[in-house]
Design a binder for this molecule. Structure first.
Ligand code: F6R
Length: 366
């Protein structure tokens, strides 16, 4: 049942190229350069007239929501807020019938997300679900939505559901952005072409599994980890830190890299591993100086870099190579080595990665 893998988590990490293809199947036509999410077509007016999107979710799904915010704001020019469902439901939030609430949930059963959906509906908002478990509670009560179609996720730590959620959010932003006329045909076509390449690029990263496993051995001693990223990579840093916390029980924090100098850099010393997402995008020069600042405090730097990188390669202690892609699609690729890093560190520490202590796959009580 684990398909020859020692754990469901590793199996599910390795399934991601196939899962993303399943998620895109029938929705993207590469030859015609067309993305079609049927639920977006069915509710075009409602979505095009939205004055605001509010994304509600918990945990990893909330991290996917942060990426969704950047995608939707960039390609649709509609403001997006991202809220923890547990906060939203008790906050008496201001909502109108021009708001569209997007609920993201792998299980479709998370109690707080379900309650947030009920609240949003009672206030007259249109609710769109992005879920994995077909026929679960959230998709049953939402007005519309898209399944991510990545198959059952058994490992408690969410992996393929995250990349599936980000894929659906990308298709959602592209479909709506095109309808709204906010995205140029050239950009739209280029993103579609690149999105179709993502499964292969993930496969390339997965080939580094062995080397990530061996570098993981260095870190079993660590009590703390920092994860840094900027722009689209900031939510990936949060997600990398969450993966490490939940299965290896090492304290980890994700930060937008530029926030380091506002406090957290005080924590950096020779015993602090710092994972930096430093791919060559618009934020690269900024990230280089954040990495230099961290190195000056003797942090142990693990950098995610592109092949042609020469600058960070010289500063970082360990490097993991990431195939190049468009900045807006990078989370789909940069997440993978962080999942593997968390997995191997937990395995080295002898932890039960599929059933971490204190955690349940589906949080049906608040
Ligand atoms: C982390 C993890 C949790 C879930 C969260 C929401 O690996 O699995 O943080 O993401 O409990 O669950 P869903 O998406 O089922 O609503």
């Amino acid at each position: 049942e684990k398909g020859g893998f020692p754990h469901f988590m590793l199996k599910e990490i390795f399934e991601q190229p196939e899962c993303i293809n399943d998620c895109m199947r029938g929705r993207i036509n590469g030859t015609l350069h067309e993305v079609t999410l049927s639920a977006v077509n069915d509710h075009k007016e409602q979505l095009l007239n939205a004055q605001r999107f509010v994304i509600v979710a918990c945990g990893t799904s909330w991290h996917a929501g942060l990426i969704g915010k950047q995608l939707i704001e960039t390609f649709c020019r509609i403001p997006v807020e991202v809220e923890y469902a547990s906060e939203f439901r008790y906050r008496n939030p201001v909502l109108t019938n021009r708001d569209v609430v997007i609920a993201i949930s792998q299980s479709g059963e998370t109690a707080d997300t379900l309650a947030a959906v009920e609240l949003a509906k009672s206030q007259g908002a249109f609710v769109y679900g992005i879920c994995n478990a077909v026929g679960s509670s959230i998709p049953r009560i939402t007005d519309s939505g898209s399944y991510i179609h990545v198959g059952p996720e058994i490992g408690v730590a969410s992996t393929k559901a995250f990349t599936g959620q980000v894929t659906v959010l990308t298709m959602f932003a592209l479909t709506l952005g095109k309808e709204k006329g906010e995205i140029s045909t050239a950009d739209y076509n280029r993103i579609i072409d690149e999105l179709l390449q993502i499964p292969e690029k993930i496969t390339e990263v997965l080939k580094q599994n062995e080397s990530i496993a061996s570098l993981s051995r260095i870190f079993t001693y660590a009590h703390n980890f920092l994860y840094l990223g900027r722009g689209y990579s900031y939510p990936v840093a949060l997600e990398g830190a969450l993966k490490l916390k939940e299965i290896s029980y090492i304290h980890a924090e994700g930060y937008p890299a530029a926030e380091m100098k506002h406090g957290p850099i005080a924590l950096v010393d020779t015993e602090m591993p710092v994972v930096v997402i430093a791919t060559q995008n618009a934020m690269y020069e900024k990230i280089v100086s954040n990495v230099q600042e961290t190195k000056a405090r003797k942090g142990h730097i693990i950098a995610l870099i592109n092949k042609q990188d020469t600058v960070i390669r010289k500063i970082a202690d360990e490097c993991i190579e990431i195939p190049e892609t468009l900045e807006c699609l990078e989370p789909l690729v940069t997440t993978i080595p962080l999942q593997l890093l968390a997995y191997h560190i937990a395995v080295c520490k002898g932890k039960d990665v599929d059933q971490p202590r204190n955690l349940a796959k589906s949080v049906t009580v608040e």
